[in-house]
Design a protein around this ligand. Sequence first.
Ligand code: MG
Length: 274
Amino acid sequence: MKLCRFQTTSFSAEEVHRSAHQIHPEIRNGIIEGNEVGEIRGELWGDRELTGRSWPLNSVKLLPPCAPSKIVCVGRNYPEHAKELGNDVPREPLIFFKPPSSLIGPDEPIVLPRLSERVDYEGELAAIVGRRFRHLPADENVSAYILGYTCLNDVTARDLQRRDGQFTRGKGFDTFCPLGPVIETSLDLAAVDLETFINGTRKQFGHTSEMIFSLDVIIRFITQVMTLEPGDVIATGTPSGVGSLAAGDVVEVSVSGVGTLRNFVIGPDDDREN
Ligand code: MG
């Protein structure tokens, strides 16, 4: 099942009535069936009761498929990627945060910041948490706490990451966390291909079997530290083949069984708010 968050481009009478001066289309949760998005009541991790309203998929704007309280990432989780950046393979998961303010959805621009001269793509598989939990007992299965899976681009200002030694600045710029396009609730984690394309050319290819720490190990490790909430995002690391982004690039992260997350890159001068 494919779940999404979306906005419609037309406004309901209620929305027009509610906001006479500035209209923001309501954020809706939905299930994708074929070329249609069916609206559901309540949260994506709830009962998913359909409201009966639906829209053609190509008429809606897909948003990041969740609104996390935190985005927890794992660094150096593919041996060839650790090696290509001159790092040792970690003995235990190396975790860091990206702020929720870095999130963007499909087809939105990644803005290159003025502060960095080297911004890299990192295509990753992400898990979305479906239930609040911590300190998972050894005999309990992690998958019961996962809503599903999506594509994530862990965009990184490599020069700032190296200069700072810790990751907050290099990983944390606005627009540095493209996420989506949908949450696939059923995925065989033993057989997932992960690919990243720049302007149509494949730059990264990995398979989840190469991960040093499995999602199960990663999540047990994280929940020894912090409570995970519904909608939280766990990024599982990038395979080898990372490289830099330039203004004008189109970057696509594909996870087999989920779909393709496409974004384009603009320079600081192209960003009206920068
Ligand atoms: Mg990464």
